[in-house]
Design a protein around this ligand. Structure first.
Ligand code: TPP
Length: 973
């Protein structure tokens, strides 16, 4: 159905005078009018509640003033003041008859409805006609829904008075005036998309906020000068760098300078609205400019880094990073409001920093007791190509409204320079705007022409106001251009010759603004030049000071990190054992739930089994050991946060950290109800995302060293989807950016015949990334060691990420249990575990089989079954840092024995390639031949595991037999 059809079929059928009445009925109850009329009114694309609001008139509409197209506000004449704007159809008719005469009422009714439809079309699609592109590459196209002709209006109708009942703040106006208002509001240098928002309050807030002022802030002279000053600083900074360090990569902001006054506005207005801290994430483009001109990083430090100085003092280790990835923090104060700013360090991988920022924001909100989430704000800057292209952007939005992850809305600012390296937008997205993904969460989107700095600042202001009010994400899409190549040594004309010819002729935003202010008589062009000179003088001074500049302090281990230090070179045990009465107290509390709670009978049995374990102090299984680790930390005041897919129950139904009432679905967590005064426990079933959620938890751990923060993969190999977070942040963050993290990654791993996709957590990948003491990689075989390794994370005075391979079948394996005493006072984590069976004296040991993880139990059971006494099993529980001394101590007992490394992973996977060298070195150190380590495991393979269960069983039997040195049929080789 076209917009026009119903007009033909209904309006000209002789029943026109009833339309208003029908319309009012429709507003009250859409079902009360004929289906075809419903369709007709529904074409207005809105919900009845919103229409009713409009029919009543805007809440902000001046009751005694009349606004016309040019924004001028005139007093309404007495005769034009209605009794009250109303939805009552009779009153509406009466009013029209009064104003337009009985004969004119019919036309007036039609005009009103048509005008209303036109207005609504502009609200929805006015942005299509907006002047958004500073280069004017593609002029706005005609759109029929924005053409008055579509609604039956012709040129002749332009000056006829139309009653529109305070929509747009106008009681009545001519079509010409209405169009003027609409074009000023919706088609100027700002195009707003907000009509997709489902929530009526949010939608009408935006509508009122922009329509009441025709979407324009009238800046004071002081405000305009401040904008000019910030623009000038932004432009001169890039030019100065270009002049002093010609050809050096800086990923300049040139063409997008309005970003700087816009960020100032967010900080300033945010401060007025209660924001105390802003966590910023951004990529390369304009980062140096933001560091210097927004974050207040001393210019001499920036210049010194260009001259090769390190960002850190000489005595601080680490590989460092290029200057356009570094983070920093500072305080800014506006009008007495102090706002702490921190720019998160980020890797080259675009958009990867997004959820890291969110996690940090959430942690800081907790630290500041910011329950309303209005004190700490996340602000993420994006490039247009990256925003449209990277899936992590979607994951970022997905987290925005979820329990456990929400941060009260993020401001997204897109520096939309209409190019991604060399690729034009039409080749880099299928959607009309780069920002369209934001519509998935109903975020309002402000497209704004970057050459109108006042409009950009205006949008920034509305964005922060919206965020503070509704605690939801909002997007500013600043359309600008990139004056030079992707970086400063790049030739853009190879691929965009026409665009770059236009850019070459295009004056800078600053020049355009100086001209505008000169036209307004606020400054003379020479005053604009004075501001430029001042800026250069300041930078010259900083440049001079930069020559001898040396960073004297590394910006780490401050704030919530104070008291945390560097790791020592010892066993790093920490005090992880817990007094037995505390263990029992916590253990029994784990089995309690409210009396009237309708627990699932199977879960009740599990809790009962747990109670017996605790009471007897024997047979503590994996999940109970984990709960004891969490519970003892909580009881002693350390909060625990675990997030992952289905982590509350646990993928393998092992955890049940959240009990669900079988009649009401109410949730109860024993770990959150252990004792009065305990620390909070949070377990969150995450959305089905790996990269986004892992990034979030990493970000959380960056801000909060005094909490056990864990992320759990459903199966270990799903972490592949988060590889960028693992490679770019977790493995390297301390080395590149001096940022510690105590994050734990729980990765279910083990070859149990479940096929290629659920067996391997890809141990080899983590081991390959291990160096420089960057993290810890453990694969524990006992619940007690699991208990200790978890507690160790927060019981020492340094933090390192922990990559922990966790079991599946061992969760219910009769041998995989520990006595409570192994968690008691004085007990500790063991990097290497000795043989748990009865074996021959050391000098009679024929073989030492080293292994890690679940295969130990396969080896153990087979050895016991075969009654072998001369094979010793040594478990490497911590693969990295490699436990040289402990292994040397153990292995020196068996000087005559053959050394075997056994693994269930294929030869090209697992720990084999990693182990060979350091284990060989240990053996060489003992006078043995380190090259003679034997391999027992699956042969090399492209896929981690077979899909055939029978084949799996045969392979497993073979590798176990090989390791034990017996034939597969049970005979000794
Ligand atoms: C995930 C990822 N893929 C590829 C790159 C290489 N790369 C660096 S910048 C860039 C273009 C980015 O374009 P856009 O997001 O529009 O930002 P701009 O550089 O134009 O500011 C590309 C492809 C990268 N850094 N990250």
């Amino acid at each position: 159905m076209t917009v026009h059809d119903p007009l033909d079929s209904f309006l000209f059928s002789g029943n026109q005078t009833y339309i208003a009445e029908l319309y009012a009925k429709y507003l009250d109850d859409p079902g009360s009018v004929d289906r075809r009329w419903q369709e007709f009114f529904a074409e207005l694309h809105d919900d009845p509640r919103q229409l009713a609001r409009e029919a009543r008139g805007a809440s902000w509409a001046p009751s005694s003033t009349r606004v016309i197209g040019n924004g001028e506000i005139k007093p309404m004449s007495e005769t034009m003041v209605p009794q009250a704007a109303t939805t009552d159809a009779g009153a509406f008719q009466q009013l029209l008859a009064q104003r337009f005469g009985v004969g004119g009422a019919r036309q007036a009714t039609l005009d009103s409805i048509n005008a209303l439809m036109l207005i609504r079309a502009y609200r929805i699609r006015g942005h299509l006609l907006a002047n958004l592109d500073p280069l004017g590459i593609e002029p706005p196209k005609h759109h029929p829904e924005l053409d008055p002709k579509t609604y039956g209006f012709s040129e002749r109708d332009m000056d006829r008075e139309i009653y529109i009942n305070y929509v747009l703040g106008l009681e009545s106006a001519t079509l010409r005036e209405i169009l003027d208002v609409l074009r000023a509001t919706y088609c100027g240098t700002i195009g707003v998309e907000y009509m997709h928002i489902q929530d009526p309050d949010e939608k009408s807030w935006i509508q009122e906020r922009i329509e009441s002022i025709r979407n324009q802030t009238h800046f004071s002279d002081k405000g305009k000068l401040a904008i000019l000053e910030r623009l000038t600083q932004a432009e001169c900074f890039e030019k100065y760098l270009d002049r002093k360090f010609t050809g050096t990569k800086r990923f300049g902001l040139d063409g997008g300078e309005s970003l700087v006054p816009a960020l100032e506005q967010i900080i300033k207005r945010g401060g007025q609205l209660g924001v105390q801290e802003i966590v910023i994430g951004m990529a390369h483009r304009g980062r140096l400019n933001v560091l210097a001109n927004v974050m207040g990083k001393p210019m001499q430090a920036v210049f010194a880094e260009f001259q090769g100085a390190s960002a850190h003092p000489d005595d601080v280790q680490g590989s460092g990073d290029v200057k356009y990835h570094l983070g920093t923090s500072s305080d800014r104060a506006f009008d007495g409001h102090r706002v702490h700013l921190s720019l998160t360090a980020n890797p080259s991988h675009l958009e990867a920093v997004n959820t890291v920022v969110l996690g940090t924001v959430r942690a800081k909100q907790r630290q500041r007791r910011d329950d309303d989430r209005d004190k700490v704000l996340g602000l993420i800057l994006h490039g247009d190509a990256a925003f449209a292209g990277q899936g992590l952007v979607h994951e970022t939005f997905t987290l925005s409204g979820l329990r456990g992850y929400r941060t009260g809305g993020t401001i997204h600012f897109i520096i939309n320079n209409q190019i991604g390296f060399t690729t034009a937008p039409r080749f880099s997205r299928s959607s009309p705007y780069c920002s369209d993904v934001a519509k998935a969460v109903d975020a309002p989107i402000f497209h704004v022409n970057g050459d109108d700095p006042e409009a950009v600042v205006h949008c920034a202001r509305i964005a922060i106001e919206y965020r503070q009010r509704f605690k939801k994400d909002v997007v500013v899409d600043m359309i600008c251009y990139r004056r030079f190549g992707h970086n400063e040594s790049d030739e853009p004309a190879f691929t965009q010759p026409l665009m770059y010819r236009k850019i070459a002729e295009h004056p800078t935003t600053r020049v355009l603004y100086v001209n505008k202010l000169a036209r307004e008589g606020l400054i003379s062009p020479s005053q604009g030049e004075d501001i430029v000179k001042e800026s250069y003088t300041r930078m010259d001074e900083a440049f001079e000071a930069s020559r001898g500049f040396k960073a004297n302090k590394a910006d780490w281990l401050e704030g919530s990190w104070s008291g945390i230090g560097l790791a020592a070179a010892d066993a790093r045990r920490g005090k992880t054992g817990v007094a037995s009465d505390r263990l029992k107290e916590v253990g029994l509390a784990l089995t309690r739930y409210p009396e009237n709670f309708h627990i699932n009978p199977k879960v009740a049995r599990q809790l009962e089994a747990k109670r017996k374990m605790i009471e007897s102090g024997e047979g503590i299984d994996w999940a109970t050991a984990e709960a004891l680790a969490f519970g003892t930390l909580l009881a002693d005041g350390t909060p625990v946060r675990l997030s992952g897919q289905d982590s509350g129950r646990g993928t393998f139904s092992q955890r049940h950290s959240v009990l669900v009432d079988q009649t009401s679905e109410e949730r109860y967590s024993p770990l959150a109800n252990l004792r009065f005064g305990q620390a909070p426990f949070e377990v969150i079933d995450s959305p089905l995302s790996e990269a986004g959620v892992l990034g979030f938890e990493y970000g959380y751990s960056l801000a909060e060293p005094h909490m056990l923060v864990l992320w759990e993969a459903q199966f270990g190999d799903f972490a592949n989807g988060a590889q960028v977070i693992i490679d770019q942040f977790i493995a390297t963050g301390e080395s590149k950016w001096l940022r510690m993290s105590g994050l734990v990654m729980l990765l279910p791993h083990g070859f149990e015949g479940q096929g290629p996709e659920h067996s391997s957590a890809r141990i080899e990948r983590y081991l390959q990334l291990s160096s420089d003491d960057n993290w810890q990689i453990c694969n524990c075989t006992t619940p007690a060691n699991y208990f200790h390794v978890l507690r160790r994370q927060v019981c020492r005075d340094f933090r390192k990420p922990l990559i922990l391979f966790t079991p599946k079948s061992l969760l219910r394996h009769k041998l995989c249990v520990s006595p409570l005493a192994d968690m008691g006072e004085g007990t500790t984590f063991h990097r290497v575990l000795w043989d748990g069976g009865r074996v021959a004296p050391d000098n009679q040991i024929r073989r030492v089989v080293l292994c890690s993880g679940k295969v130990y139990y396969d080896l153990f059971e087979e050895r016991e079954k075969r009654g072998l006494k001369d094979v010793y099993l040594l478990r490497v529980e911590q693969l990295f840092p490699f436990p040289h001394e402990v292994l040397a101590d153990e292995l020196k007992r068996f000087s005559k024995a053959e050394i075997v490394w056994c693994q269930e992973e294929p030869r090209n996977m697992g720990a084999w390639h990693y182990m060979f060298e350091p284990l060989g070195a240990v053996l060489n150190g003992l006078g043995a031949d380190g090259n003679k380590i034997r391999y027992a495991g699956r042969p090399a393979s492209a896929s981690p595991a077979t899909g055939s269960h029978a084949k799996h069983v045969a392979q497993q039997a073979r590798l176990v037999a090989e390791a034990l040195g017996v034939a597969d049929d049970g005979k000794r080789k």
